[in-house]
Design a protein around this ligand. Structure first.
Ligand code: PLP
Length: 387
């Protein structure tokens, strides 16, 4: 018997091009991995110790949907102190990583047929989740020539009566750009002028090199900004799956229902680990950011030596490398480059059509892997360009 078709929105969801490269890379056990955004640092010891203790002390059960009160208090204090906008426990929902927060934000805001403005290039999961909500993704361009900043003059032309929200990601994956204060204030003003929600993905807020992180919610006047944060990158805690959203109490009540229906709550042990991360020493952030900055500078030096057009990422831990003139789209390029040179990179196309000129390398790998991988990439690019 032929079974009925499975869910259209689930079937139509594009697969991440990064995972596709990762699957291919399994064939090459000695491949250098520059495709995935996974810090090569371990979670700091004091955080792990707190989690072990928490498990022994009985933090092994469901927590409230919104998260442990003690953690939400610590998060609210951090947001007031470091992100510069008012927050109380009623505004905080602890989520299963930034992805859990983004999923709830999209589900809370979007109706089928709504349009959502997302950056191009931008994190692929935005389009994936928007598709599940049956919303239409409208991509707003970020170009190297303008420092990958949103163009505030052309943005209004993308707005229609169906536009519901805009996603803003600073520091950005995959460009590493940071939106400065005046740009962020203008984006919030744009959202207000067109009555849009602004979903702010701040998962890389602490990985900054030469700029300052600005939270759009610090310009919010009427609760239209939904702010999503994560412990994953700040404290090298990707596997713990813990992040948080800062939203109005009305939106928080929706998040609570959504979490009950999907995950109940973030892992109790991970929540205690997150509490330790916030209350413990913060020098691990400086240590890791320093290492990412060094790797960025090494990477830029290699690109410059090879005469490759480049730009300076100001945060996150990614760098887009221009492959235009190589005669291949970025998917084919990443596949062939892996097969020939045994280096896995992320095809830029997975971040949107404007990404197709690039492959993305991750600075979360070791310095040596970055150097060897990037040298091979630059030689491969000049070889292809001269063909
Ligand atoms: N947002 C961006 C831009 C990311 O790159 C990632 C992960 O790579 C996330 C959100 C979600 O990360 P997590 O769910 O581990 O917090």
């Amino acid at each position: 018997m032929t079974l009925k078709p499975l869910s259209t929105s689930a079937l139509e969801m594009p697969r991440s091009g990064i995972r596709a490269v990762l699957d291919l890379a399994v064939r090459y056990p000695d491949a250098i991995h520059l495709e995935i955004g996974q810090p090569n640092f371990s979670t700091p010891e004091h955080i792990i110790a707190s989690a072990l203790l928490a498990a022994q002390q009985g933090f092994t059960k469901y927590t409230p949907n919104a998260g442990l009160l003690s953690l939400r208090e610590a998060i609210a204090a951090k947001v007031r102190r470091e992100n510069g906008f008012p927050a109380a426990t009623e505004n905080i929902i602890v989520t299963t990583g930034g992805m859990g927060g983004l999923y709830s934000a999209f589900t809370a805001v979007l109706n089928p047929g709504d349009e959502l403005l997302v950056p191009d290039p931008g994190y692929p999961n935005y389009a994936m989740v928007a598709g599940l909500c049956r919303a239409q993704v409208v991509r707003y361009p970020l170009d190297a020539e303008t420092g990958f900043q949103p163009d505030l003059e052309s943005l209004p032309r993308l707005v229609t009566p169906r536009t519901k929200a805009i996603v803003v990601n600073s520091p950005s994956n995959p460009t590493g750009s940071i939106i400065p204060a005046e740009g962020m204030a203008a984006l919030v003003a744009f959202a207000r002028a067109h009555d849009l929600y602004l979903i702010s993905d701040e998962c890389y807020e602490k990985i900054i090199f030469d700029a300052q992180h600005v939270s759009p919610a610090s310009y919010d006047e009427d609760g239209r900004v939904l702010s999503i944060f994560s412990f994953s990158k700040t404290y090298a805690m990707t596997g713990w799956r813990v992040g948080y959203a800062v939203v109005t109490p009305e939106v928080a009540a929706i998040f609570v229902k959504l979490q009950e229906a999907t995950v109940a709550c973030a892992s109790s042990v991970s929540q205690k680990a997150a509490e330790a991360a916030l209350s413990g020493p913060q020098d691990c952030i400086e240590t890791m950011t320093h290492a990412y900055r060094r790797r960025r500078d090494r990477a830029l030096a290699i690109l410059q030596r090879h005469g490759s057009p480049t730009y300076t990422p100001q945060g996150a831990f990614y760098l887009l490398v221009d492959i235009s003139g190589c005669g291949q789209n970025s998917d084919q390029f990443a596949r062939d480059f892996l097969a020939q040179e045994k280096v896995a990179v992320a095809p830029g196309r997975t971040f949107g059509p404007r990404g197709d000129r690039y492959v993305r390398i991750s600075l979360a790998a070791s310095e040596e892997e970055i150097e060897v991988g990037l040298e091979r990439l630059c030689s491969y690019i000049s070889q292809r360009r001269s063909q």
